[in-house]
Design a protein around this ligand. Structure first.
Ligand SMILES: [Zn+2]
Length: 61
């Protein structure tokens, strides 16, 4: 089974947020435990998400 967990930095407070990329693509949202900023696919955090996906594929390969 593939581990889809990855970390991104919160765009607001720069705290690390652990996200599951597979769930993210399914529309699940993750929130920053520090400032409660919600990271999901459907909004302005899309660039953050694609960054995370890029990093993830780099790690994978
Ligand atoms: Zn935050």
């Amino acid at each position: 089974m593939v581990d889809n967990n990855t970390k991104i930095n919160c765009p607001d407070c720069n705290e690390e947020i652990i996200i599951n990329t597979k769930q993210l693509l399914l529309g699940v949202k993750f929130s920053c435990f520090n400032c409660n900023l919600v990271v999901g696919l459907a909004n302005e955090s899309k660039s953050v998400v694609s960054d995370a996906m890029n990093q993830f594929s780099k790690i994978k390969s």
